[in-house]
Design a protein around this ligand. Structure first.
Ligand SMILES: Cc1ncc(COP(=O)(O)O)c(C=O)c1O
Length: 418
């Protein structure tokens, strides 16, 4: 045997060992996956993140142990009774499993052959939800920022050259106009000016206060888009659907599933009254594609899988029960604020967002004084600062929040009031 033969043999053995450990990284490891679930459900304490990129790895389970502290322990928890702050909801556990399945399968919805079932799942979920929002189809996108951009792109292709929006439109509307090279102006809708070449963006559930702009505004516009990123899911609720009457007259609707449909990020829908021509106007073909690429995204994942699982697990009525409960919690919080001599309520909440404040203390101070046990946000409306509580958490406890802010004794829990 020559030196060369010996080295070749070692290379083969090393190569086999490497491919063995490579395969282990890509095969399910039941013990590792179980440990991941244990760590998720344990109470993790915050820890330090790695500073340098390791040259040699520690292995899967050791990596989970190392990252549980910083990733899980350091995260903001959206389902705790004190969290009454932002539009980010807790997510049902069935969606966590779907997120894991999706990460494992890594389907790419750009191509039919890399997502044979996932594309159909998206078609079905869109088909279930679009009619409830008065639309006939559309597709999923990572958030309503992209939904708004996509809808305004379709509006531009249909001839709109100006974006006209209410004063409290989300920043993604002005941003989209900028990207698309469209002129942008705001209006209070009382006298919106000429709209014949405009896409009118009507906000159903403004970011700051949850106000719902008149959905019959801008009837003369070339294209009417309703940004229902936050409040769109109210349309699924028999108790609250009337708040969005008129949405069915829009040309397009944006709704975030990762807000009031309790989905993991990144999950939203852009919906169209005429999805055939809207999609055609924003599609591009290429030699490597069997069907044209619709919309803004190229490679993208299967966010519809978690949404389908949530709807299959709990049904429309189950999800609606969470939304209705959130609306009740917002009204309960508003009632407690209104009844309290030291607290001031801006106005009755329209879509689950309560703007309020403690007299004699700035909202920034209030928010930081009660954090992190109590999660609140703050906003500026008409030049005035307010504490902002978004009811995205069906487990939130308004009494706990009021007691922390105003220093009261705890009041009876909300569940005993129901
Ligand atoms: C009214 C409105 N439109 C659009 C968006 C953007 O949605 P996303 O965060 O899903 O991109 C938001 C987010 O808060 C919003 O409140």
């Amino acid at each position: 045997m020559t030196d060369g033969d010996r080295h070749a043999g070692e290379d083969v053995r090393e190569g086999e060992a490497r491919s063995q450990s490579t395969a282990e990284a890509f095969r399910p490891d039941p013990a590792g996956l179980r440990r991941g679930v244990e760590l998720l459900t344990d109470r993790a304490v915050p820890g330090a993140l790695p500073v340098e990129m390791p040259e040699v790895g520690v292995g899967g389970v050791a990596a989970l142990e190392a990252l549980a502290g910083p990733v899980l322990g350091g995260a903001r928890s959206f389902g705790t009774p004190g969290f009454f702050a932002h539009m980010d909801p807790p997510t049902p556990w069935v969606s966590w499993v779907m997120a894991m399945w999706s990460a494992s399968l890594n389907q790419n919805l750009l191509h039919e052959d890399t997502a044979p079932v996932a594309r159909e799942i998206e078609r079905r979920v869109v088909g279930w939800l679009a009619p409830l929002l008065g639309m006939n189809g559309g597709h999923m996108v990572p958030g309503s920022t992209v939904a708004n951009l996509t809808a305004l792109w379709a509006a531009r292709e249909a001839g709109a050259s100006t974006v006209v929006a209410g004063p409290d439109a989300h920043i993604s509307v002005a941003k989209s106009a900028h990207i698309l090279g469209l002129h942008f102006r705001t209006t209070d809708w009382r006298d919106p000016g000429g709209l014949e070449s405009a896409v009118a963006v009507i906000t159903a559930g403004t970011t700051a206060s949850g106000d719902i702009e008149a959905l019959d505004a801008a009837s003369g516009a070339a294209w009417r888009h309703v940004d229902a990123a936050w409040s769109g899911p109210l349309r699924l609720s028999p108790r609250h659907s009337h708040l969005l009457d008129g949405i069915e007259n829009a040309d397009s609707v944006a709704v975030s599933a990762h807000k009031w449909l309790f989905q993991p990020k990144e999950s939203a829908l852009v919906l169209f009254r005429d999805p055939g021509s809207a999609h055609e106007s924003i599609s591009f073909g290429a030699s490597y594609l069997r069907s044209p690429n619709v919309g803004i995204l190229g490679s993208h994942g299967a966010s519809a899988v978690a949404l389908m699982a949530t709807l299959v697990a709990y049904g429309r009525t189950g999800v609606v029960a969470w939304i209705d409960r959130c609306m009740d919690l917002a009204n309960r919080l508003a009632g407690l604020v209104d009844d309290h001599p030291d607290l001031e309520l801006r106005s009755a909440p329209r879509s689950g967002i309560v703007c309020w404040r403690l007299r004699g203390e700035s909202p920034e101070e209030t928010v930081s004084r009660v954090a992190p046990e109590i999660g609140l946000s703050w906003t500026v409306i008409d030049g005035e600062r307010w504490v902002r509580s978004v009811a995205a958490n069906p487990m939130a406890d308004p009494e706990l929040v009021i007691s922390a802010v105003a220093g009261d004794k705890p009041l009876p829990s909300v569940s005993s009031q129901a």
